[in-house]
Design a protein around this ligand. Sequence first.
Ligand SMILES: Nc1ncnc2c1ncn2[C@@H]1O[C@H](COP(=O)(O)OP(=O)(O)OP(=O)(O)O)[C@@H](O)[C@H]1O
Ligand SMILES: [Mg+2]
Length: 263
Amino acid sequence: MKTISIICQKGGVGKTTAAVNLASIFSSFGIKTLIIDLDPQGNVSTYLNYDKTSGTYSDAIDLLEKKTVINPGKITENLDILSSNTNISKFNEEKIIGGSKLQQAFRNETLNDYEVIMIDTPPTMSSLVQEALSVSDYYLIPAKPEFLAVEGVAQAMEFAKKTIATIHNANPLFLGVLLNQIDKRRSSYTEFVSELEYLLSDKLLMTKISQTAEIADGPFYAKTVVDFKDESRSKIEYIELAKEILKKVGIHEEITEFSDNRH
Ligand SMILES: Nc1ncnc2c1ncn2[C@@H]1O[C@H](COP(=O)(O)OP(=O)(O)OP(=O)(O)O)[C@@H](O)[C@H]1O
Ligand SMILES: [Mg+2]
């Protein structure tokens, strides 16, 4: 099981979009995937047209409350969800001392059934993000190609570093920065990318995601990139990104196998 958190205190950088679309692509590869929403906004549910109240299924609040039986909701055959809603905010007020709540919850064997767990987090530097980091093997920071993004990335990295230093047994690796909503026609683009490459070197992911109307409209139609046409630029980029990430987290072999099977 590999757990990947998507974090950044800056709002609207593409955390939820990346979490949902990556989870969706992974599951389409045949990888058993769980997406956990830790954001009170509950955007993952909206994106996937899933009921935020979660009904008879468990949600992320049950997980934080360390319920013994966890029964995630189903999106597709290989994609399950633990949704969130505003009630999760109460955990933001609790300081984490020693180990985290999720670390205990992750011992639940239901979670061990998943090959990949993606965690979407709120745009804050809060206990909920720390909870996410405490159970993650990796964390990913999305950024938009704009001047203030460098500062946003640096602050997110600093927050992750502090969290790792304070929470017992929290040791996620930095997967990298995902450049999202790029527009190569903008004059500042090349300069911006070279500055980021200089600062981050191999921690800037090779695959960058273009700004497209298709992605912007996706949540409206409850469509992820998997539902797009095969020639869609966003779908091609996201498949490339998913492969790059799987390789970095060591699930490369399986993916090659799956792509071979599909031909
Ligand atoms: N590559 C893209 N092309 C076009 N629109 C995009 C792209 N990525 C994200 N968006 C849009 O940008 C907006 C913000 O994205 P998203 O909600 O994923 O960000 P976020 O970081 O999760 O925000 P928050 O911090 O509020 O949780 C959304 O309307 C989304 O549809
Ligand atoms: Mg979000």
